[in-house]
Design a binder for this molecule. Structure first.
Ligand code: CTP
Length: 418
């Protein structure tokens, strides 16, 4: 199978440059990874923004190493490289794109779910170690074979039949992140998970292999899913198949960590339908998962997660306040992301108060600032703080509407010694 020359010509120049350097050394260069799959599915895939560029080189017969190649490319392009000796991979960062360059390798897993040990090997072995047949395709970038697709596992046929199929039976055990990936690719492309693959995937889940993944890897997979256009369907499948429950083995039954699965799915659907993006979806998920301090989530995520976990107290209080300034005072300091989520998930009146805060109240400020108050005779210090707060409350409750009314209020308060 061949990819037309005109498509190869449209690859970024750094691909051709890598191929010509490696060619001159007597090695081989391939485009690998999801891009080859996407090119076979749709020749327009090259023009998609934020593409990953994955190149594999076979330098075994050249007497040169990957580090030498990265240095040469850095000299020729003015880019910057990073080299991971232990993984035989590198990245070349150019102003407009970054390219991952790896030596073709075979790998073995000393234990389930740990990162593999690798040794240089040819392209076929490199493809056979990969996750799914449709991702085990390589495009030759130089020499007389340029444009040829190398397909040792039947990936092109599976693409045609719309199937996600693992390459070897231990795939999900070696690397349980592939469970998330199988679901992600199947939903993204509208493919089916091939029946033998599905059986092995379910076996790996039932045997608890996802629990062996590090917190970083679990989070990485969740973030990848939340970024997808069809994140909802993927999350539904991940939850229904019990993948998340298997990552945190204390959960059980039809409950999703103490909440009915149905409720979690409904809430996710409501969020997605309201237009929530990856950040909100991720925070919502974190609030439903028992992530402990070992999970490297951002400070903002942790704060929003905690606010969501205490939602009942907050919503109950919110249901009892009416005054605009009271709504403000109750919600001030609660992470905005958590409030955006609650505004989608809460019932009528509480929802309108949350929306009022998010759309209007949180942006309200008195017109007078500290310097104006000093000019009006207010002393810096606690009195100033109290005065500013009173002004803000008056503004929120629409008791003052102009700078003059604010000044009049300041004078009134001064005369009562506030
Ligand atoms: N890969 C794998 N096993 C994994 C992760 C990755 O075998 N657990 C291989 C696959 O061949 C994959 C390639 O590494 O195609 C690149 O990984 P990644 O960029 O995550 O996947 P893409 O297929 O490029 O996915 P996307 O379209 O989401 O960029």
């Amino acid at each position: 199978m061949k990819i037309p020359k005109r498509i190869i010509k449209n690859l970024p120049p750094v691909c051709q440059l890598t191929a010509s350097v490696v060619d001159a050394w007597g090695g081989r260069t391939y485009l690998v990874g999801g891009l080859v799959r996407d090119l076979l599915l749709d020749a327009g895939a090259l023009s998609e923004a934020n593409r990953d560029w994955d190149i594999a080189v076979d330098l075994r017969s050249t007497g040169k190493g990957l580090l030498g190649l990265l240095k040469e490319l850095q000299n020729r392009t003015g880019g910057r490289y990073v080299f991971h000796h232990q993984f035989l991979t590198g990245t070349l960062m150019l102003p407009e794109l970054r390219v991952d360059i790896a030596h073709t390798r075979e790998e073995s897993y000393p234990q389930p779910a740990v990162l593999p040990e690798i040794r240089p090997a040819g392209i076929e072995a490199d493809l056979r170690r990969r996750d799914f047949t449709v991702n085990a395709l390589a495009l030759v970038l130089s020499g007389p074979e340029t444009g040829t697709v190398i397909d040792p596992t039947g990936g092109a046929s599976d693409l045609k039949h719309r199937l996600i199929r693992i390459i070897h039976p231990l795939s999900f055990i070696d690397d349980p992140t592939r469970i998330f990936r199988a679901i992600r690719f199947a939903v993204r492309f509208g493919f089916e998970i091939e029946s033998g693959t599905l059986h092995l995937m379910r076996q790996a889940i039932a045997a608890g292999y996802p629990a062996l993944l590090t917190p970083e890897r679990i989070l990485y997979e969740l973030r990848c899913i939340c970024r997808e256009r069809n994140a909802l369907k993927m999350l539904e499948a991940v939850i229904r198949e019990g993948v998340l429950a298997a990552c945190f083995p204390k959960s059980s039954g039809p409950e999703f960590f103490g909440v009915p699965v149905r409720q979690v799915l409904n809430e996710l659907a409501a969020l997605v339908h309201s237009g929530a993006g990856e950040e909100l979806l991720m925070i919502y998920l974190l609030s439903r998962l028992p992530v402990n301090e070992r999970f490297p989530i951002t400070r903002e995520e942790r704060a929003a997660r905690e606010a969501l976990m205490n939602r009942n107290v907050l919503l109950e209080r919110l249901s009892r306040v009416r005054r605009r300034s009271s709504i403000y005072q109750l919600l001030r300091g609660v992470p905005v992301r958590a409030l955006e989520i609650l505004a989608v998930l809460s019932p009528g009146p509480v929802r309108s108060r949350l929306r009022l805060y998010l759309d209007e109240l949180m942006h309200v400020q008195p017109q007078l600032q500290a310097a104006d108050l000093i000019a009006a005779g207010v002393k810096p210090g606690p009195q100033m703080g109290r005065m500013l707060e009173r002004l803000l409350v008056a503004r929120l409750d629409r008791r003052v509407k102009s700078r003059d009314e604010e000044l009049a209020l300041v004078h009134r308060l001064q005369s009562c010694n506030v």
